[in-house]
Ligand binder design. Structure first.
Ligand SMILES: *[C@@H]1O[C@H](CO)[C@@H](O)[C@H](O)[C@H]1NC(C)=O
Ligand SMILES: *[C@@H]1O[C@H](CO)[C@@H](O)[C@H](O)[C@H]1NC(C)=O
Ligand SMILES: *[C@@H]1O[C@H](CO)[C@@H](O)[C@H](O)[C@H]1NC(C)=O
Ligand SMILES: *[C@@H]1O[C@H](CO)[C@@H](O)[C@H](O)[C@H]1NC(C)=O
Length: 484
């Protein structure tokens, strides 16, 4: 059958319109609730190929990973109960048969209603870390061919079970078939934790009084910042669905959408109440919150991570020394593996200057505040879905390049396993160690954790927080936002 050309063109454009609608996937817009494999799909497109010289060999790896996908916390599960009773009230006088509302709303019960505990690593999360362990060994065979020894491969996790369970899942992947336990040939390995109260390496946010104060004081401001978007979407939903939703209902439904899409792979219930553009705005409000309270929004957010950065630099210097001293491969540490939280990974990414453009990196060096990530449809680099999804990670791989006359050691950063450029190193993803140390790490390492965190502050720590606290005075009664 032959169509006149204009019909062909029409069909073609119809095809592309439909296709553009189909490419919107809410699972890619879930901020820090995004699943790891989805985050990898998103960044897959912006992959930068690095020009590692053949003669360079990895000699040490630092890993900082967030725990994998976890169940909602108990507090969040309680909010679902509240939402369920709100829905009952909203639907009281609505005729189910005559209504255009989705049927699931009637008699909706939280899928987590029969759970008494929350926050744990779920099966999907275990699998994310297990597979990451397998891929890490495959990618760096020269680092992981030694028999396991706790001094060669120290594994550290926070004292929170989803983080230590993530460490165990990773180790099971990394060392599988390297031992003689059971049919999988497993190998027992050690995971060590500092006490929660003094873990300045991986839970610095929890030991930093000034940070806690900052966060508490800014939370109302962050809520205020989100309000206009939530109000607009609330209005739209009231009109579209004919139900008297409140702002709180809408933020509950958005939270439900994120949990359903991430943990249950359900996108046709709560998520289907929102249009793609509403989802993009809601995602932006989540990303703003993460930026202000845990990212570049305030220098203390990441500066308090100096003990971790120090530990990373020190491990690299030790490896370089061991190499220079001619020690045998396998007699010194080959990888330092850490499993923690979004509150660890986000600041760490900021400390090494990821997700910035060159001029923003210079602002950070000059202690000047950054602009907030711009509102959609403007593009932004700061998407929490890729910066800190479940299982998100940074690997800093130290390479030895003996044949290079100018530099013998280089640092490569892999974010979620893909090379990422460092604005602090001329946008290279392969940075001479000395430059990494001097230009990226040193400006932060001049600061001391105890001075930053536990001495009383006379003035707010950044211009942004100054501005925010001026517009929105602190309200000490606000509860702390949930830990990620
Ligand atoms: C929604 O609230 C308005 C006033 O706030 C009221 O007039 C209207 O009847 C309510 N609609 C429903 C469906 O409850
Ligand atoms: C999730 O749902 C999509 C369809 O929406 C399907 O293609 C995919 O295989 C599902 N994933 C899992 C892990 O079930
Ligand atoms: C870097 O980002 C800032 C704001 O975030 C923007 O004003 C500037 O144009 C960007 N520069 C480049 C080179 O993209
Ligand atoms: C040595 O390293 C520099 C970067 O510092 C790079 O530009 C150069 O190509 C390298 N040379 C060799 C021979 O690998």
């Amino acid at each position: 059958m032959k169509f006149p050309p204009q019909i062909g063109l029409f069909l073609l454009s119809l095809f592309f319109t439909v296709n553009a609608e189909e490419t919107f996937d809410v699972r890619r817009h879930l901020s820090t609730v995004t699943r790891y494999h989805v985050a990898k799909e998103i960044s897959g497109n912006s992959f930068v190929s690095s020009d590692i010289h053949d003669q360079c060999k990895p000699i040490h790896l630092n890993l900082v990973a967030r725990h994998g996908t976890r169940a909602p916390t108990k507090k969040k599960m309680k909010e679902f109960e509240v939402l369920a009773s709100r829905l009952v009230i909203l639907l009281e006088n609505v005729n189910k048969q005559k209504s255009k509302l989705p049927a699931w709303l009637w008699g909706w019960k939280s899928p987590w209603t029969r759970k008494y505990k929350g926050g744990e690593l779920i099966n999907e999360g275990e699998n994310e870390l297990y597979q990451l362990g397998i891929r890490t060994r495959e990618k760096f065979p020269e680092l992981f061919r030694q028999d396991y020894h706790p001094d060669l491969y120290p594994i550290k996790a926070t004292q929170v079970s989803r983080a230590s369970a993530s460490a165990v899942a990773f180790g099971m992947g990394l060392f599988n078939s390297r031992g003689n336990l059971g049919p999988g040939g497993h190998r027992a390995f050690a995971v060590t934790s500092e006490s929660r109260a003094s873990d300045t390496m991986l839970r610095f946010h929890d030991c930093c009084q000034n940070y806690k104060g900052f966060r508490k004081s800014q939370e109302p401001a962050v809520d205020k910042l989100k309000e206009p978007i939530l109000d607009e979407i609330t209005q739209d939903l009231v009109t579209r669905w004919g139900l008297n939703f409140t702002r709180r209902d809408v933020s509950g439904l958005w939270f439900l959408c994120k949990q359903e899409a991430s943990l249950l792979n359900t996108t046709d219930q709560a998520c289907a109440l929102f249009s793609p553009s509403q989802v993009r705005f809601l995602e932006w409000t989540d990303d703003l919150e993460v930026f202000i309270l845990k990212g570049y929004g305030n220098s203390l957010n990441y500066r308090m991570g100096v003990p971790l950065l120090e530990d990373v630099i020190q491990s690299m210097e030790q490896s370089i020394k061991a190499k220079e001293d001619g020690l045998v491969h396998g007699s010194y540490e080959l990888a330092r593996l850490r499993f923690a939280h979004a509150e660890t990974l986000l600041p760490f990414s900021c400390l090494i200057g990821l997700f910035l453009n060159g001029s923003e990196f210079d602002l950070i060096l000059r202690e000047q505040p950054l602009q907030l990530p711009p509102k959609p449809p403007q593009k932004r680099i700061w998407h929490a879905s890729t910066v800190a999804p479940f299982g998100g990670n940074n690997m800093l791989v130290l390479h030895s390049c003996p044949e290079n006359n100018s530099n013998k050691y280089f640092v490569q950063v892999l974010h979620n396993e893909l090379p990422i450029t460092m604005p602090g190193c001329g946008n290279s993803d392969f940075c001479p160690f000395e430059i990494f140390k001097e230009r990226i790490a040193a400006p932060h390492l001049r600061h001391d954790y105890n001075t930053l965190c536990n001495t009383e502050l006379k003035a707010p720590t950044s211009k942004l927080s100054q501005v925010l606290s001026w517009i929105f005075p602190a309200d000490a009664k606000q509860p702390q936002k949930d830990e990620l």
